[in-house]
Design a protein around this ligand. Sequence first.
Ligand code: ATP
Ligand code: MG
Length: 503
Amino acid sequence: MKFIGISVNQTSPYRITFISSESPKIGEYVIVKDEGRELLGMVYAVYSENPYITESIISPDYAQKIRALTSGSIKYRAVVNLLGEITDNGLSSLKSPPKPSSDVFIADNETLKRVFKIEDKNYVKIGTLLNNPDIPVYINLSQSVIRHMAILAITGAGKSNTVAVLIEKISEKNGTAIVFDIHGEYRSFRPNNKPIRIIQPVIDPRLLDVEEIGALIGVDMDASPQMYYILNDVVYSIKKRSSSIDEEDKLDHELNKDFLEDVILELESIKQDKERLRDIVGGNKESLFRLINRLKNLKNRFGTLFKEGATELIKQINEGSINVLDLSGLDEDKADIIISHLLNAILIDKKKTGNKVLSAPIVCILEEAHIFASNRRITRSKYILNRIAREGRKFGIGLWLVSQRPKGLDPDILSQMNNMIILKLVEPEDQNHVQRASESLSYELLEYLPSLNPGEAILIGNMVKIPILVKIDKSLSKLEGHDPNVIEEWLKLNKKVQFQEYI
Ligand SMILES: Nc1ncnc2c1ncn2[C@@H]1O[C@H](COP(=O)(O)OP(=O)(O)OP(=O)(O)O)[C@@H](O)[C@H]1O
Ligand SMILES: [Mg+2]
C-alpha cells in the first residue's frame, strides 16, 4: 500500500485531516492504520498551502521571491470522511477515533475489491468507483425495489442511462418493470436483446368508477355533492343495466357502444322526465346542465383515451419482462389520468389475497416525476404515488422516481425514497430539498454534486453499505432521445438551399 500522509489535529470516529506532500484526489479511498485496525475513509476536500505565503503578503514581487525560496514547502491538507473499520466481512461502523498522527495510505485495489465485493444474488453491478475503474460497484437491487429509489440530476446528466442500466439488470433477473415513458424514449429499447411489451394508453370507460369520472370532470363529493350524487346515480344504473343484458340486446335497451354517450343520454332523459327530475335533483336543472356540459367537454378533450372494450392496462402487463407504457403523444393531464388509473389498479391487485393479475413484485418507473408527484400541483397520480411510497413495500410494489427538478417533488413522497442515485445537481435549492428528504445525504456529499460529469453519481440508502461515488456503466441497449449530434445532423442537410415563395 502506498503511504500518502499523516493525520494531524483532532480526530473523530467520522473525520480526520491529514497532511501530505502530494495531492490526494477528491473521492479517493484511503486507509488509516491505527493500532492494528485498518479504517477506510474517503477524501472529500483537499487544500494546498505554503506556510510562508500567507495573507499578510501584499506585494506580488515579494510573493515571487518567497515562492522561489520556498517552492519545496508546498503541502496538501486533506479532509477524510471515515466510513468504517475493514473487517473480513466488509466494513463495521466505528465507535472510537483513530489516534492523531496515524499513517494514511492510498487504499489498494485488493482491499477495495474485498470491501466492495458482494457475492449475493440480490446485488447487481451498475458501475465502477469514480476514481478507480478497476473496482466494480454493486447495489442491492432488491432493496432498491422494496424501499424505493429516486434518480435525480439536472438534464443531460445521465438519469435515463442509469434507468436503462438498471432495467437491463432487472431483465437479467427475469424481473417485472413498468416504465411510464413520457417522451417515448424506451419504445425501441431492447434490454439484453430481449423484447419488451409496449402498452398503449387506452382505457375502457366502463372500467372507470364514479370517482374517476368525477375527477376527470372536476366533480367530487365534498365540493359538488349534488352533481356527484346525480353522476353516481346515473353511472350506477347504466352499469347495472349493461351488466344484466347481453351484447345483442343492448340496442333494444337503448344502450349503445359508447359508455360516456350513454351517461350523457341518460342525463338528457332526466331533463325531460319531471318525476325523475324531482327525485334526483329536486327540480333544480342547473346541476344537470353543468354535468352534461362537463361530460361533453370530457369526450371532446380526452376522447382518444377511451375505447369501449379495451383490455385493462394491468392485464396487458407481461410478468417477468420489461413493460413500457407509451405516454409520448399525451399532454400532462391525460398522462396523469392514465398513470393514476394503472397505479391504482396495481395497488388494488397487489393488496388482494388471491386471484391476482400480478403474482410477483413489480417496479414502477416514473420519468418526469416532478410533474406527477408535484409539491405544488394537485394531480390524481400524486395521491396514489404517495400511497405506494408508504405501503408498496408490504405488497411488492417498488417505485423509482426520476426527475431533473428535485425541488419540484412532493417532500412526503421524496422522503419515502430510501435509496437515491444523485448525478450532477447544481442548484442549491434542489440540493437542499433532497437533503431534507434524506438522512444519509451529508453536507460533504452535497459538495460533490455540482462538479460531477455525465454518468457520475452518488449512491446512498440501504441498497449500498456506505455512500459511494460511482461512474455508472453506459447502457448496452441504446435509448432514444439521447443528445442529438447537432453539427453532424446539420451537415447531413447538404442539399442545395432553395427558397420557395409563399403567398
Ligand atoms: N454513464 C455514462 N457514461 C457515459 N456517457 C453517459 C453516461 N450517462 C449518460 N451519458 C451521456 O450523457 C447524455 C445524456 O444522458 P441521459 O439521456 O441519460 O441524461 P438524462 O439525465 O436522462 O437527461 P434528460 O433530463 O434530458 O432526460 C447521453 O448522450 C449519454 O450518452
Ligand atoms: Mg432522460
